[in-house]
Design a protein around this ligand. Structure first.
Ligand SMILES: [Zn+2]
Length: 259
């Protein structure tokens, strides 16, 4: 079973300028699928174009990243509904709440997050959630939708095992990326040691999140092998088991049929 990188910003530099190379290296590393999250309208369109260009390997998500939300964003979001209605997208995001952005407008972020979650539910697509701090608000939004909510990925989730378990009951899996490969990430590594493999998915957040061996800004999907190997080490299981179970979980989340 090959790997599924559930969070690769292929629309962003430097990945976008060497797409053919990036995708060839990803395939050589054992990746069969990549989901491309978006941060705004332009990258949503680019992600869709990529999914059409590489239909066997790339899945597109449409969304407005919380880092790009300002007061009034919610009223200017009709493009998102239009994009989703047009088809071709496999997920909604990334969206969520980021309290660590200087001068973050959390009320505006929450409004936009609610809109994304509602659209994902309507479209029957998973939600790609970005959350730093503001966990209480994220719980409030997702728990208000209950089990009928969209489900999705808690991308690069830094919260505790208990928080992840609470969201797992609402259909959210924990996205595990480069952070776990750093030996000094003691709390995160402890959380991942105790998280069932079926409750997590692999991701790189390439090119952004550094691994122990690759600096931020230079990460590619192929670096996912470092994430896979770290999880295998932490849990004391073969790498093939990490691949098989996380890929199966990710395929189910993205509503793909079992090969
Ligand atoms: Zn991202």
């Amino acid at each position: 079973m090959a790997m599924f990188d559930t969070h690769a910003h292929l629309t962003d530099p430097p990945l976008y300028s060497d797409l053919a190379g990036v995708i060839a290296r990803a395939a050589a590393a054992g990746i069969s699928l990549m989901a491309v999250p978006s941060t705004d309208q332009a990258t949503s369109q680019q992600a869709l174009d990529l999914a059409r260009r590489f239909p066997d390997m790339v899945l597109a998500a449409a969304g407005l990243h919380p880092g790009k939300v300002v007061a009034g964003s919610a009223t200017a979001l009709s493009w998102l509904a239009d994009f989703l209605a047009g088809g071709g997208f496999s997920a909604v995001g990334e969206t969520g709440l980021d309290a660590r952005i200087p001068s973050a407008d959390l009320d505006a972020q929450e409004q936009v997050f609610r809109l994304h979650a509602g659209l994902a539910r309507e479209a029957g697509l998973p939600l790609i959630v970005h959350v730093r701090g503001a966990y209480d608000r994220v719980f409030r939004v997702l728990e208000s939708m209950g089990r009928g909510g969209p489900g999705g990925v808690l991308h690069a989730f830094g919260g505790s095992t208990e928080m992840a378990a609470r969201l797992f009951r609402l259909g959210f899996l924990r996205g595990v990326g480069g952070g776990v490969t750093r030996p000094q990430a003691v709390k995160l590594r402890d959380a991942i040691r105790r998280t069932p493999l079926d409750a997590m998915v692999l991701e790189t957040d390439s090119p952004y999140i550094a691994t122990a061996q690759t600096p931020a800004g230079q990460v590619e999907p192929r670096d996912i092998v470092q994430v896979r190997d770290t999880i295998a080490q932490l849990q004391g299981v073969p790498t093939s088991e990490v691949e098989a179970r996380t890929t199966a979980a990710a395929r189910a989340l993205f509503r793909l049929e079992t090969p």
